[in-house]
Write a protein that binds this ligand. Structure first.
Ligand code: ATP
Ligand code: ATP
Ligand code: MG
Ligand code: MG
Ligand code: MG
Ligand code: MG
Ligand code: MG
Length: 278
């Protein structure tokens, strides 16, 4: 690169490398999607096409960025988790966030006609904001994931009841809001069942639990131990060879990305997939 008297301007760039050896979460969220959902006639409270489109875009983000271990999405948001050993872009926050946001947005627009074949997408086009957060421990990361899934559950129970009161109960938005003010989860379940014969448990899993995307590597049966774990239990030091580690990394990168709607709060999901957090 040519040196010039202008070069010094580089010194104005802020260092934004994220703390080493921490789990990086990049969460993106649709800008003004309340309005966007109305404009494109999203079904309320959950438009399945819109959720499938979010998942399809997120799947491509994961396919293109193999450092992402797991992703979780609901409504107009998605969280992408980079492994703590990730060194992509020297862990620069602006590079990681902007790459995720633009890759996701590009695929969201690319796949729009697949999920909304009868609705032409016209300006203003959908856009997303993004942020990066570092979590120093697996527990912090799992609590983050639990926080998002609890949020999905609370919002979905509220929205399902709110829209039932309007669509099936004939209430207007103000009346529905008033009916729900101060109600607990049990009250909402009761309203759904007694007034509309809706058993919340039978609602689609994607609506209740959101979507979790991960690389399907090898499913471990609960209760079985792998060699490393056994050695650890016996306090035998295990040194994974470099080639073994490299092979593992390649295998992970090649593994297909699956979309599921599972409980990620309980241990079971993580116990069965130890490679996600190792
Ligand atoms: P901001 O720009 O601050 O994020 P927003 O309008 O996008 O504003 P959010 O809190 O992100 O606000 O809420 C997302 C909105 O998009 C909600 O109103 C939600 O109902 C709507 N929405 C997102 N996905 C769907 C979907 N699949 N079906 C129906 N509505 C959806
Ligand atoms: P990185 O991902 O690190 O940015 P890069 O390959 O995008 O890698 P840049 O330094 O951004 O590297 O350089 C952009 C490249 O794209 C250069 O090789 C440049 O010549 C090429 N390029 C960009 N725009 C054009 C264009 N309009 N016509 C021809 N080549 C272009
Ligand atoms: Mg927001
Ligand atoms: Mg939003
Ligand atoms: Mg949102
Ligand atoms: Mg470039
Ligand atoms: Mg460039």
């Amino acid at each position: 690169m040519a040196n010039s008297k202008f070069e010094y301007v580089r010194l104005f760039e802020q260092q934004d490398g994220l703390l080493p050896n921490t789990w990086i979460v990049v969460r993106i969220d649709g800008r003004g999607f309340t309005k966007f959902a109305t404009r494109y006639g999203f079904e309320k409270p959950n438009d399945k096409r819109a959720l499938d489109l979010m998942n399809a875009a997120a799947k491509m983000v994961m396919t293109e960025l193999s450092d992402i271990t797991i992703a979780y999405g609901s409504s107009d948001e998605f969280s992408f988790v980079f492994h703590k050993s990730c060194i992509l872009f020297e862990r620069r926050a602006s590079k990681l966030v902007s790459t995720i946001v633009s890759t996701f947005t590009a695929y969201y627009i690319h796949y729009w006609p697949t999920y909304f074949p009868d609705t032409l997408l016209t300006p203003p086009l959908p856009s997303f904001d993004g942020r990066a957060i570092c979590y120093p421990s697996v527990q912090n990361l799992r609590d983050y994931m639990s926080w998002r899934q609890v949020d999905c559950h609370i919002n979905n129970l509220y929205n399902t009841t709110f829209w039932s009161l309007i669509q099936l109960g004939g209430l207007d938005a103000k009346e529905a809001e008033k009916t729900l003010a101060g109600t607990l989860a049990a009250d909402k379940n009761e309203i759904l069942f007694s007034r509309f014969k809706i058993n919340y448990n039978n609602e689609p899993e994607m609506f209740k639990k959101g979507s979790v995307l991960f690389r399907d590597y090898e499913l471990v049966e609960p209760g079985t131990h792998n060699a490393a774990e056994e050695a650890e239990n016996l306090a035998i030091p295990v040194q994974q060879s470099k080639t073994q580690a490299e092979n593992d990394k390649k295998k992970r990168a090649k593994a297909r990305v699956t979309v599921e709607h599972l409980d990620i709060i309980k241990d079971d999901f993580w116990d069965r997939r130890p490679w996600l957090l190792s």
